[in-house]
Design a protein around this ligand. Structure first.
Ligand code: 3IX
Length: 197
């Protein structure tokens, strides 16, 4: 994509991404990586409740997701806030971690807002890893309105950086970290990212 900052362009020796052999099957609902996550958590009343699925092409590290814009997501009257749309893109791109079976955090997210997105709209998102270079994961996402093949409303390119579980243990607030480590469901989800908490 033109006009991107150099840090979003994979180096020449970057590898093609590979879907992990134990990744969720094509079409499988991914669920939430953390129940209180603002993007995907079912236990987060203020969240986006984004639902993501593993992409249909078994050779691509790709997913699809849907996000319904609610009145609480407004910026201008009747329109989605741009930061909320960026969050939906970020969350969708972050969900690609399930297919790589690594934990990675967003280092850079570059977003284009192409069309306004009215409240009530279902945003149809798709995201794909384009390249991997060491800990650096390059990815891209699009959000369409009016259906999965509708016009593009938002798009983003991103650089995610692989981290170990210590990233969260060392930086997260102790209350939430302890609760996560004491929760067998959370530990099971973390293992899906090959994490051993
Ligand atoms: C029991 C507890 C369980 C807890 C875990 C539970 C579940 C786990 C599952 C999933 C959770 C994972 C993520 C959350 C998922 C979804 C939410 C959506 C995603 C997000 O919302 S996530 C939050 C926002 N995100 C951050 O909170 C990051 C803050 N940040 C940092 O924590 C550091 O900044 C870090 C770690 C990124 C890097 O730090 P570092 O010291 O490890 O590595 P370093 O700096 O050496 O960078 C290595 C190479 O990346 C290049 N690089 C780095 N940053 C760059 C940038 N910004 N632009 C361009 N290039 C960059 C360097 O240039 C170098 O490149 P090179 O190797 O070529 O020199």
């Amino acid at each position: 994509m033109s006009g991107r900052t150099p840090s979003l362009t994979p180096p020449d020796d970057a590898a093609r991404p590979v879907r992990h052999p134990e990744a969720p099957a094509p079409g499988e609902l991914l669920g939430a990586h953390y129940e209180h996550c603002f993007g995907c958590g079912h236990g987060q009343p203020h969240g986006l409740h984004l639902e993501a699925r593993a992409g249909d092409d078994p050779d691509a590290v790709a997913i699809t997701a849907e996000f319904t814009v609610k009145p609480e997501h407004q910026g201008a009257p009747g329109l989605a806030h741009g930061g909320v749309l960026a969050t939906a893109l970020d969350e969708t791109l972050g969900s690609l971690n399930w297919l790589l079976r690594v934990i990675a955090v967003t280092g850079r997210l570059e977003t284009d807002f192409v069309r306004p997105v009215p409240v009530g709209t279902v945003l149809h998102l798709d995201a794909e890893v384009t390249a991997v270079a060491g800990r650096k994961i390059y990815s891209t996402a699009t959000g369409r309105i009016g259906g999965p093949d509708g016009p593009v409303a938002v798009r983003a390119d991103a650089l995610f950086i692989e981290v170990k579980v210590d990233h969260f243990i060392e930086n997260g607030r102790p209350e939430e970290i302890k609760a996560a480590m004491d929760d067998p469901d959370q530990v099971r989800r973390a293992r899906a990212f090959e994490v051993n908490p």
